[in-house]
Design a protein around this ligand. Structure first.
Ligand code: CP
Ligand code: NVA
Length: 305
């Protein structure tokens, strides 16, 4: 039985196995085939933060594969102190084959994984968002056909999405640049540990966004204030102003450069409408792929149990 708490739980060959399964299931769906690979399987989702893509991608994936899904807020599940985290994890684990969790605290997901007999998937924590990064690298591979020719440049907050992208790029040997204002860089502990673990890794921090995007094949951004940081929105608008993805920044990159965003986007803040709605943008292909990724990941995890 395997968990996906962070991308440290998967090695590169396993990520590529999942991508192959995702592609196979996506192609089948395009032909109108819905293989019932998870018939009789149960997924329980427990979320502490809002979600459109993650919740629906997993729920619809499970239904299409012949399984079933239940959803609880953390409060409804009793994680507001009604009972201990360990007991909730033990109970849900006995009712389910897989549990997806979206929480503020990353440790809560780790506690679930330590106590549940079902596979635990991180559906976003304050630290990381592995399902998003897997989807993003899958999307880049699908669109370019060859990840080795790609250079991903992330401009914005060194947050949970950036953390998982760094991890996934390191595993798949994709050059990755992060451009953030001072004080909002990618976690230095992660940067150092990735450099130690993958000595040939191309991972760069470049504070100047115009320099950072110079030879990008993909420019990526995320919200400046993540869920839970809403009170900092106004302060962050000032700090991140020079990191907006607009036509001026896009023109500093290759003319065929793609634009990605995990969504939801704050239009007019981290990205302008003319970039988000341009032919460079692949954000809705990326969003759609969350569902295909969920299918491949669920089937792969169930094959390991
Ligand atoms: N990208 C993403 O995780 O979206 P949701 O917050 O809507 O799930
Ligand atoms: N960094 C964002 C990602 C949302 C999908 C957040 O945590 O709110």
């Amino acid at each position: 039985m395997r968990h996906l708490v962070t991308l440290h739980d998967l090695d590169s060959s396993e990520i590529l196995e999942i991508f192959a399964l995702v592609q196979e299931l996506k192609d089948k769906r395009a032909r109108g085939e819905r293989p019932q690979l998870l018939q009789g399987r149960t997924m329980t989702q427990v979320f502490e933060k809002p979600s459109l893509r993650t919740r629906l991608s997993f729920e619809s994936a499970m239904w299409e594969l012949g399984g079933g899904a239940s959803f609880f807020s953390c409060k409804e599940a009793g994680l507001d102190g009604r009972e201990s985290v360990e007991d909730v994890a033990r109970v849900i684990g006995r009712y389910s084959d897989v549990i997806t969790l979206r929480t503020f605290s990353h440790e809560l997901i780790q506690q679930f994984a330590a106590n549940s007999q079902a596979s635990v998937i991180n559906a976003l924590s304050d630290l990381s968002h592995p399902c998003q990064a897997l989807t993003d690298l899958f999307t880049m591979q699908e669109i370019s056909g060859d990840l080795s020719q790609q250079k991903l440049v992330y401009v914005g907050d060194g947050n949970n999405v950036a953390y998982s992208l760094a991890n996934c790029c390191a595993k798949l040997n994709v050059p990755f640049v992060v451009s953030s204002p001072s004080g909002f860089e990618l976690c230095s502990k992660l940067v150092n540990s990735l450099k130690e673990k993958f000595p040939s890794i191309q991972l760069e921090l470049e504070a100047d966004p115009h320099k950072a995007v110079a030879d990008a094949t993909v420019i990526y951004t995320d919200v400046w204030a993540s869920m839970g940081q809403e009170a900092e929105t106004e302060k962050r608008k000032q700090i991140f102003a020079d990191y907006q993805i607009n036509n001026s920044l896009l023109s500093a990159a290759d003319k065929n450069c793609r634009f990605m965003h995990c969504l939801p986007a704050k239009r007019g803040l981290e990205v302008t409408d003319d970039v988000l709605d341009s032919t460079h943008s692949i954000v809705f292909e990326q969003a759609e792929n969350r569902k295909h990724l969920a299918k491949g990941l669920l089937v792969w995890l169930m094959q390991q149990s």
